[in-house]
Design a protein around this ligand. Structure first.
Ligand code: ATP
Ligand code: MG
Length: 136
């Protein structure tokens, strides 16, 4: 069954949004397959976002991701990658529809609460990176 990697970013954890995000994915009908609260090192954050290393915002993005604990999760279900991205909303909260996570809880693109894998292949890579111990 299809899986995706979802991460509640440091601002989402600090603002008390963990329960709400998990509830949305649970109520949608997806299955929680892995979850941990983890503070990652700079090199790990750079690896996670390596495809964006040439972007002008890359250094700030890495600082943001290492600024506090994140909640790393694996969710499973039919079309969970694309549907998860729809539930998260557009990258820039100025464009995120109300009813999406970013649309409801964020204003700044640099503090947009949550990450979701953008394709089945990137989900596979991200799950292997964040859960090298495997899933139970
Ligand atoms: P994510 O990968 O975190 O789920 P995304 O796939 O919607 O987000 P990406 O293009 O992969 O968008 O960008 C990764 C993250 O980099 C964004 O979620 C945001 O936190 C940050 N980011 C993207 N564009 C900008 C920008 N113009 N200025 C500052 N930060 C940005
Ligand atoms: Mg992305």
């Amino acid at each position: 069954m299809e899986q995706t990697f979802i991460m509640i970013k440091p601002d989402g954890v600090q603002r008390g949004l963990i329960g709400d995000v998990i509830a949305r994915f649970e109520k949608k009908g997806f299955y929680l397959k892995g979850l941990k609260l983890i503070t990652v090192e700079r090199s790990f954050a750079e690896k996670h976002y390596e495809d964006l290393s040439a972007k002008p915002f890359f250094a700030g993005l890495v600082e943001y991701i290492i600024s506090g604990p994140v909640v790393a999760m694996v969710w499973e279900g039919k079309n969970v990658v694309v549907t998860g991205r729809k539930m998260i909303g557009a990258t820039n909260p100025s464009n995120s529809e109300p009813g999406t996570i970013r649309g409801d809880y964020a204003i700044e693109v640099g503090r947009n609460v949550i990450h979701g894998s953008d394709a089945v292949e990137s989900a596979r890579k991200e799950i292997a990176l964040w859960f090298p111990e495997g899933l139970s």
